[in-house]
Design a protein around this ligand. Structure first.
Ligand SMILES: CC(C)(COP(=O)(O)OP(=O)(O)OC[C@H]1O[C@@H](n2cnc3c(N)ncnc32)[C@H](O)[C@@H]1O)[C@@H](O)C(=O)NCCC(=O)NCCS
Ligand SMILES: Nc1ncnc2c1ncn2[C@@H]1O[C@H](COP(=O)(O)OP(=O)(O)OP(=O)(O)O)[C@@H](O)[C@H]1O
Length: 277
């Protein structure tokens, strides 16, 4: 690529890393979120809480900055993967072995790399398009963990999971989350309510392998149907929306259902909003 032959413009990778971590923390701070960890409770999880997740998010900041630098240096997927794996090791060390952010490292990490690439080469296209064009084929071909919860669910239910989402340029971000964040401005003036609306829209439309792993196709269908009903009956525009969202959170928690992939995508949508699509 001729653009890559030219010297790249210096980029503010530290700021990209900071925004990525801030967006993970905003997702954690949001309540109510069906089955997910927040400062109020730990939802369907018994091995992690908000303090651990915030620690994990802070640990990841320098890795997100390194991924932005790598993107700016024209790195291929092998290099990004190596940094991503280092970030997973640091996350595990910070949490005593709990998977707080594996999906987020992967998706947010690729967006940081794309943000670095776009800034350095003044490339056109959305961050999602850059991920798909530059790294999509290698993401598809790349090594698949034989025994991860996600890969087990993906095999069992023929779902694409985080890898397919990234390889196709994050359609759930551009077709679901960002339009929902924009539409929510017409429904509410509250920023937290806007995030809840976008998360629930994601649950309706995403095949989340966390839901599939924990609840099978029935769990996924239950989650999507509750989320659809919430949106259809006024979402965050009606006065008792919080009570209704808490009831949904309790129903997911009772069934041990947690849409962790949708939570990751919410944080990523906030990042894309902050950096420009
Ligand atoms: C691809 C990864 C996520 C493999 O994990 P796994 O096999 O469990 O995949 P799976 O797609 O099912 O889910 C992993 C996580 O992604 C999130 N997720 C689940 N479903 C979805 C979905 N539909 N869309 C987006 N994210 C999702 C959840 O948080 C989930 O826990 C990743 O761990 C990996 O390969 N890491 C290596 C490092 C790397 O390549 N990094 C890239 C640069 S940062
Ligand atoms: N607020 C949140 N609460 C819970 N999970 C979240 C949250 N935000 C993001 N996630 C995502 O959910 C995933 C964690 O889900 P989970 O704990 O179900 O994974 P697991 O370790 O595969 O399964 P299990 O806990 O059943 O052993 C992480 O990869 C993370 O990226």
């Amino acid at each position: 690529m001729t653009a890559l032959a030219r010297a790249a413009t210096a980029i503010d990778s530290a700021s990209i890393g900071r925004i990525a971590t801030d967006c993970l923390k905003l997702e954690i701070a949001t309540y109510p979120k069906p089955g997910l960890v927040s400062p109020v409770d730990t939802g369907a999880h018994d091995d992690m809480d908000a303090a651990m997740m915030n620690r994990s998010a802070e640990t990841l900041e320098p890795f997100f900055a390194r991924l932005a630098d790598a993107g700016a240096a024209g790195a291929g997927m092998d290099r990004l993967r190596a940094i991503g794996i280092e970030a997973e090791v640091a996350m595990m060390a910070a949490t005593g072995g709990v998977n707080t952010h594996r999906g987020a490292i992967f998706g947010m990490g690729l967006l940081c790399a794309a943000a670095g690439f776009r800034a350095a080469y003044r490339a056109s296209g959305t961050l999602g398009e850059i991920v798909a064009h530059r790294w999509g084929a290698e993401i598809r071909r790349g090594p698949v963990a034989l025994h991860s919860h996600g890969s087990t669910a993906a095999r069992r239910h023929a779902a694409g999971g985080a890898r397919a989402e990234a390889a196709t340029g994050f359609p759930s971000l551009y077709d679901i989350a960002l339009p929902a964040l924009a539409e929510a401005r017409l429904l509410t003036a509250e920023e937290e309510a806007r995030r809840v609306h976008a998360l629930i829209a994601l649950i309706v439309g995403v095949e989340d392998t966390n839901l599939l792993y924990r609840g099978g196709t029935e769990g996924l269908a239950f989650a999507q149907s509750r989320a659809r009903t919430f949106l259809a009956s006024g979402s965050v525009a009606i006065p008792d929306w919080r009570a209704r969202a808490v009831a949904m959170h309790e129903a997911f928690t009772a069934q041990r259902l947690s849409p962790g992939g949708c939570a990751d995508l919410l944080a990523m949508a906030l990042f894309v909003e902050a950096r420009g699509a």
